[in-house]
Write a protein that binds this ligand. Structure first.
Ligand SMILES: [Zn+2]
Length: 188
């Protein structure tokens, strides 16, 4: 059932990516299973119970939404488009007959970050959470901030610390929402 070719984390020494992978796989498999179940009855004549099909479709949709939300934590977003890739996409778009302005927009986007929560913040939150899991006594908030904050200053403030904590709380919310909370080294 789960023969997808997504590049999912497999490093067992990384508890957070592994938990995210488990949560993704569960939701993905539940989505596929529900669709496999609902499709034949929706497409065959006879004993169709519309309310049943609707409910199963809603379940499938929830699982798919969850799987996508989890993937946003697994794959860093916001990486900028490289020159080579941008030029290639623009050329392909022109060849395929898309309006010229569309290809121009792609070229303009080269080097710029895509919209959305900066990827690095999520990756930093995952690393910070893992430090806390490994050794909560050693990794106090101030030390984690000094180690991981990417604000660019030489010294880090309470605001840096608060930002990092907020990001970790967001990660923890996601983990518990999907039933894979990692409880050691609580952040509160
Ligand atoms: Zn900072």
């Amino acid at each position: 059932m789960s023969s997808f070719h997504l590049n999912l984390p497999t490093d067992t020494s990384r508890p957070v990516p592994m938990a995210l992978t488990r949560a993704f796989t569960e939701n993905w498999n539940a989505f596929i299973a529900t669709i496999a179940e609902v499709a034949p009855s929706a497409e065959s004549p006879g004993n169709v119970v519309e309310a049943d099909i609707l409910r199963k479709m809603e379940n499938a949709l929830e699982c798919l939404k969850s799987a996508k939300e989890i993937l946003n934590w697994i794959y860093p977003r916001g990486t900028s488009l490289s020159f080579e890739k941008g030029m290639r996409i623009a050329a392909q778009m022109r060849e395929a007959g898309f309006p010229g302005e569309w290809a121009e927009d792609v070229v303009k986007g080269i080097g710029r970050k895509k919209a959305g929560r900066p990827a690095t913040k999520r990756q930093i939150a995952i690393l910070a959470k893992e430090m806390r899991l490994r050794d909560p006594k050693r990794w106090k908030w101030r030390m984690i901030t000094a180690e991981l904050c990417d604000c660019g200053s030489a010294t880090h403030t309470v605001a840096c610390q608060d930002n990092l904590r907020r990001e970790i709380l967001h990660l923890e919310k996601v983990l518990s929402k999907f039933g894979c909370a990692l409880d050691l080294g609580k952040t509160r």
